[in-house]
Write a protein that binds this ligand. Structure first.
Ligand SMILES: [Zn+2]
Ligand SMILES: [Zn+2]
Length: 262
């Protein structure tokens, strides 16, 4: 069994749960420790039983609650070397035993975790795939473009959470300052609804059946616009968004419906 649930998703804070019988993992904790613990509770998971927190990158919408959760529940934190360097002391005092540096795949008794590079303006940002019993679940957010590395790692997943950050016109016509628009639209920024939708077609044609769109901008997107952009693109490509795929937008403020694969 592998269970997947987006607890919070968006520019205001991100946290995702992936669990098997023995291994319970959080990817990022960008809201307060209290909120993350409450969200876990709401999906029937016990924060004291977490095996690890994996960090994608050092931006605050991904690490805001990591330090407190690690201290309160004695949870090991995994990040790569450059991300640890960039985090510095911003998680507060951590037990040295709980600071784990990722070098290659990380093995748990019944799960394997693989990090892969994304294209984002952080020290060494990662997406993650989780493997258990022939199933693969992948999280890919905070990437300006779909690089070959991202593509190879996301393809063939049973469940994907993919960034669908902004509507390009809303961003271009919106009130963000020029430098920020340029950053978000750049190759090391965030994935637009259009780019996400194109990639969805590829994923579904390769057999992915459950997809969450996530990390939506609060300013330059809405759940309806992200969903409709994806559905439009799927229909153009002969895919029926109601039958051929289970497509949802991950909620910003509360835990989305959990997916359990047997
Ligand atoms: Zn970021
Ligand atoms: Zn982010």
């Amino acid at each position: 069994m592998i269970k997947f649930c987006s607890l919070f998703s968006g520019s205001s804070g991100n946290s995702i749960f992936v669990g098997t019988e023995d291994t319970k993992i959080l990817i990022d904790a960008g809201l307060s420790g209290k909120k993350v613990a409450e969200a876990l509770d709401s999906i029937g998971e016990d924060p004291t039983r977490l095996s690890a927190i994996f960090i994608t990158h050092e931006h605050s919408d991904h690490i805001g609650g990591v330090g407190i959760l690690s201290r309160r529940y004695n949870i090991p934190i995994y990040a790569n070397k450059k991300t640890w360097d960039a985090i510095g002391k911003s998680l507060g005092k951590l037990s040295e035993d709980n600071k784990k540096t990722i070098e290659g795949d990380v093995l748990f008794t019944d799960m394997r975790v693989r990090g892969f590079s994304t294209s984002h303006d952080a020290a060494d940002p990662l997406g993650y795939s989780f493997f258990h019993d022939g199933k693969k679940v992948t999280v890919a957010t905070d990437t300006g473009v779909i690089t070959d590395t991202v593509r190879q790692n996301v393809l063939d997943s049973d469940v994907v959470l993919l960034e669908s950050n902004h509507d390009i016109d809303m961003l271009k016509n919106g009130r963000y300052p020029y430098y920020l628009k340029k950053r978000i639209l750049g190759d090391h920024g965030h994935l637009s609804n259009d780019t996400a939708a194109d990639f969805l077609v590829e994923l579904i044609e390769n057999g992915t059946e459950r997809i969450f769109l996530g990390h939506l901008s609060e300013e330059n997107n809405t759940p309806d616009i992200a969903f409709d952009t994806a559905c439009g693109k799927l229909k153009e490509n002969g895919i029926n968004p109601k039958c051929d795929v289970n497509l949802k937008v991950a909620s910003r403020y509360y835990a989305s419906e959990a997916v359990t694969l047997k």
